[in-house]
Design a protein around this ligand. Structure first.
Ligand code: NAD
Length: 317
């Protein structure tokens, strides 16, 4: 009998993306089912009860979810971050969890450059700004988003550096950046951009000392998780160094305190946060990740091929 694939999204995909996901499933003999914009968990539990595969976005998949998902074999997060999924519970229930890395990376890199350019031109308020050509860019992490950062930075004529202990110096050089060997070296750059996952090593790894070590006019861009930066230290560094700026897509918890301490004029110069996470919010990123998820489900059943599993051997990323 045909396998049933449930697309379960509180925040639905665009219509075109849903149509593409449905087509890919049906072309390969899978039964497509969808639950969009569900309001309570009971709806989700009822829908997932008969599904062998499930595609989600940032939907919460916890122990209770897996206990209702009696037939579930594969859960694909259309996107990168799997923080909303209890991976240990998935493993206990024998569910293979996958994500679709790389599908939103260009969108995130474009947001980072968009924020940087708007900042450098005073948010188009009519005052003279500065250019980024010739300045240095330091990348913390050199994965999927950083690859697009490098391509864009090359076009803008920046000097590009990257630190990533999971890549060899040659790999970093081949990607188009000069390899760095520790975190403090990144902070010597004019513009620093964070592209690491939130892990034991990276969480709270950006402290006051690093922030203060930035050159005059330094800009820190954070399109990664807010908890990479120590928020109390960020506040202190921004207050003491009026030349430093922080541009972020994941609003620090102490945003209001930072805004009050800086005052309106300095907030405009030094502090930009998007109202909600916007990095991956493009039509392209949404449909790319949905389509990639559907293809991974097809490969799972048709080819016994497991791609981008995130709960391997009890190791949870
Ligand atoms: P990725 O997994 O492709 O790349 C992350 C890189 O960081 C990898 O190359 C890894 O080797 C490196 N890394 C891991 N630990 C490190 C450490 N201690 N020091 C230096 N490098 C380290 O991920 P990505 O797609 O490039 O995304 C990066 C992060 O951005 C994600 O983990 C996520 O938190 C965030 N993100 C945000 C949005 C958004 O909407 N703002 C969207 C996508 C991703």
């Amino acid at each position: 009998t045909a396998h049933t694939v449930l697309l379960a999204t509180t925040k639905p995909f665009a219509k075109d993306a849903v149509a593409a996901i449905k087509t890919i499933c049906e072309e390969h003999g899978l039964v497509f089912d969808k639950l969009e914009g569900y309001k309570d968990r009971a709806e989700l539990y009822a829908a997932v009860a008969s599904a062998e595969a499930c595609i989600v976005r940032s939907d919460v998949c916890d122990e209770e979810f897996f206990s209702h998902a009696k037939k579930l074999k594969v859960l694909v997060r259309a996107g990168a971050g799997v923080d909303a999924i209890d991976l240990a519970a998935a493993t206990r229930h024998g569910v293979c969890v996958q994500n679709t890395p790389g599908q939103n990376s260009n969108a995130v890199a474009e947001l980072a450059f968009g924020m940087l350019l708007a900042h450098k031109r005073n948010y188009f308020d009519g005052n003279s700004g500065t250019e980024i050509r010739g300045s240095s860019l330091g990348l913390y992490g050199c994965g999927n988003v950083s690859r697009f950062m490098i391509l864009a930075a090359q076009g803008f004529g920046m000097d590009i550096y990257a630190y990533d202990p999971f890549l060899t110096p040659d790999q970093i050089t081949d990607l188009g950046a000069e390899p760095l060997y520790d975190v403090p070296s990144i902070f010597k750059c004019d513009v620093v951009s964070l592209h690491v996952p939130s892990t034991r090593e990276t969480k709270h790894s950006i402290d006051e000392k690093l922030l203060r070590s930035m050159p005059k006019g330094g800009v820190l861009i954070n399109t990664a998780r807010k908890n990479i930066v120590q928020e109390a230290d960020l506040l202190k560094a921004l207050v003491d160094r009026p030349d430093l700026s922080y541009l972020a897509d994941d609003k620090p918890d102490n945003t209001e305190e930072i805004k009050e301490s800086l005052g309106e004029v300095r907030v405009k110069k030094q502090f930009l946060v998007t109202p909600k996470k916007m990095g991956a919010q493009t039509a392209e990123a949404n449909s790319n990740s949905g389509i990639a998820a559907a293809k991974q489900v097809v490969e799972f059943f048709r080819d016994n091929l497991v791609k981008h599993q995130v709960n391997v051997n009890g190791k949870h990323f």
